[in-house]
Design a protein around this ligand. Structure first.
Ligand code: FEO
Length: 394
């Protein structure tokens, strides 16, 4: 993206990555992403807010050149992950007076991950501020969004919050600000599910810190900026604090059709009872879509055939991922099929210790499901609908 002015003395200097399709060699990026960096020019000093992924260092340097930036006094480093800090060594070399400003915990990470020299780093406490001359940056420690060292910054005079990964979206767009609110919501939810959901309780703990800051603009480290902060903050409040919804997420695999018959029957029975279902065939599923649906679901049902004496590896992966993402689901169940035996159920239940769920049942058919299996699935649908109702889930 071209350098662009946000408010007087505050410019966007980051980079769009239209072509990136995988983050952390794990997370699908169907819409690319951006690495947002910002330059602030005060009357006396200047600050660069974060850098960019090292693959886009040339874009950041070009943007600074277009703004005729001769001196950088501070590089505010909210987070040590390389998509924001990876160009730090290059910037520090080019601007020899610049000092990195970060949390104490971030200092250690920058030294270990990027070999930044300790004498180039200044650490700041929670709520400490620095003045650039008519531009005051206050730092807000906000651990675990997304690593333990993370902080946010607030530019007082312009009422701009720079929340780093928090409120971000993996979305490559030439729009500086959100224009399509539906698309922005979808991208932000996917981002929350994949990056922030595991740290939901940490976000809850720090959330009230934001109350004291009147915010006109949210300028995150990924995706477009928000001129209507209430939209993204309202969405986060729902994802982070609200009770789960009357929804079942059902990732499944079927090898020869038996598990598929079970899945189809259960899904039909749940729909009859007014429960929303999100069904995912794991042979073709975009894992990010599955993660998004886990944000709100009250129940997770795994549909699994037995292979090589255990759960199908794709379902093992889905269970492992769900456990790592720590969604707020309250209930779980396992359905599926087997030929002659195996440890499928024990294996899967052992994979989800982080999920604070009540296991509502297991229905496994030997080969093709029969009448008794379908009856058991009907009962499972009854139990799920009843449990949702009893828990006040709407
Ligand atoms: Fe965008 Fe956690 O880095």
């Amino acid at each position: 993206m071209q350098a662009r002015e946000i408010t007087t003395g505050v410019s966007y200097v980051g980079a769009i990555d239209w072509d990136r399709r995988l983050f952390d060699s794990l997370i699908p990026l169907p819409d690319g992403t951006s690495y947002n960096a910002y330059f602030i020019k005060g009357k006396e000093k200047t600050a660069l807010i974060d850098t960019v992924d090292p693959t886009k260092g040339n874009v950041l340097e070009e943007n600074l050149k277009k703004l005729d930036v001769k001196t950088i006094d501070y590089v505010i480093t909210h987070h040590a992950e390389q998509d924001h800090s990876g160009t730090l060594p290059r910037i520090l070399e080019k601007y020899p007076k610049a000092r990195v400003v970060c949390t104490h915990r971030c200092q250690e990470l920058l030294i270990n991950l990027l070999a930044i020299s300790e004498d180039r780093i200044v650490t700041v406490d929670d709520k400490e501020s620095i003045s650039l001359g008519g531009k005051t940056l206050e730092f807000i420690h906000f651990p675990w969004v997304h690593w333990p060292e993370t902080m946010l910054s607030y530019l007082k005079e312009d009422k701009i919050l720079f929340p780093c990964d928090l409120f971000g979206a993996h979305l490559a767009t030439s729009d500086l600000y959100v224009t399509d609110e539906g698309q922005a919501y979808e991208s932000a939810k996917r981002y929350y599910a994949e990056i922030m959901m595991p740290f939901r309780t940490n976000i809850q703990k720090s959330w009230n810190k934001l109350d004291e800051y009147p915010i006109d603009i949210i300028a995150p480290s990924h995706g477009p900026l928000h001129k209507k902060p209430e939209l993204i903050m309202g969405a986060y409040k729902d994802w982070v604090f609200s009770e789960p919804k009357n929804t079942v997420v059902l990732p499944y695999i079927s090898m020869h059709g038996s598990t598929r018959l079970m899945v189809d029957h259960l899904v039909g029975a749940l729909i009859d009872k007014g429960v929303t279902v999100k069904q995912f065939d794991l042979t073709v599923t975009d894992i990010g879509k599955l993660a998004m649906e886990l944000v709100d679901a009250a129940t997770i049902v795994l549909g699994v055939p037995t292979v090589l004496a255990g759960a199908h590896p794709n379902v093992v992966y889905a269970a492992f991922l769900a456990n790592a993402l720590r969604p707020k689901a309250k209930f779980a169940a396992i359905i599926g099929s087997y030929g002659w035996g195996g440890k499928t159920v024990e294996q899967l239940t052992g994979l989800i210790p982080n999920l604070k769920v009540e296991v509502l049942g297991t229905v496994l058919s030997q080969g093709l499901p029969r009448e008794a299996d379908y009856k058991a699935l009907d009962e499972l649908a009854d139990t799920i609908a009843r449990k949702h109702k009893e828990s006040g889930i709407k």
